[in-house]
Design a protein around this ligand. Structure first.
Ligand code: 0L1
Ligand code: MG
Length: 232
């Protein structure tokens, strides 16, 4: 285990922050794998992958032209309508996404989703290798009802509500122009997508901070809703 992976795992389990610049690596995905392997060794199960930086706005912000990807485990899953435990998160944010269900390496179903991101880097300030090593800030997700993929999911309206108030409005077009493109990228980058895995395609709007007690809801046109409640 590298010192870098140990520090990230300690930050995750101890709910503490690291300062950007403390560690360096030429292979951030190898560090990510170490961090996730530790979680698996503690009894968690791999349940899928997520894509990050899928919008042009986020790519521009990070000065990159490539998406990044991370790994999802069962411990990150929050049931639809369930509670996000903020005592186990540093400074959680939430973003509205679309999720795909995998069968035979292809898309079997689609659902509205929320992703919780929680950088182990202080103030969400990190370099690209640092955020990749930190499993692309993965910290939780909620998936709504699965359904067959309807015609044309490349420009569906997306609303993100907090406490019944709309805080972000977007479109699935923000996800690489079409979320199905994100699925293809996930397949290319992860190498293998196993049956029943979930692919989180990426955010349709900016992420918003989660405050104690907040009820967060995503509504995706034609797909429905997914909801979480933050602990107080
Ligand atoms: O899921 C995402 O797009 C987040 C990727 C990592 C960058 C961040 O933490 O904002
Ligand atoms: Mg995301």
């Amino acid at each position: 285990m590298t010192d870098f992976a140990t520090a990230l795992d300690d930050a995750l389990t101890g709910v503490t922050e690291l300062t950007s610049g403390s560690f360096a690596t030429d292979d951030p995905y190898a560090v990510q794998r170490e961090v996730v392997d530790r979680r698996l060794a503690r009894g968690e199960t791999a349940v899928g992958v997520k894509l990050g930086l899928t919008s042009r706005a986020k790519m521009r912000q990070m000065g990159v032209h490539e998406v990044i990807w991370g790994r999802l485990t069962d411990a990150m899953r929050i049931p639809d309508g369930g509670t996000l435990d903020l005592s186990q998160r540093i400074h959680a944010k939430v973003e509205p996404e679309v999720a795909f269900l995998v069968r035979g390496g292809e898309i079997a179903a689609v659902a509205p989703a929320l992703e919780v991101i929680d950088s182990r880097w202080r103030d969400f300030k990190f370099t690209l290798p640092e955020v990749i090593a930190d499993n692309t800030s993965a910290a939780g997700f909620v998936v709504g009802n699965w359904q067959p993929v309807p015609e044309g999911i490349d420009n569906l309206g997306v609303l993100l509500e907090v406490g019944g108030r709309v805080v972000e409005i977007g479109s699935t077009a923000a996800i690489l122009g079409d979320p199905r493109r994100a699925f293809a990228e996930a397949k290319r980058l992860a190498g293998v997508l196993r049956d029943d895995w979930i692919v989180l395609a990426g955010a349709a709007t900016a992420a918003v901070p989660v405050t104690p007690g907040a009820v967060v809801r995503v509504e995706v046109e034609k797909l429905g809703t997914a909801t979480l409640k933050a602990s107080s």
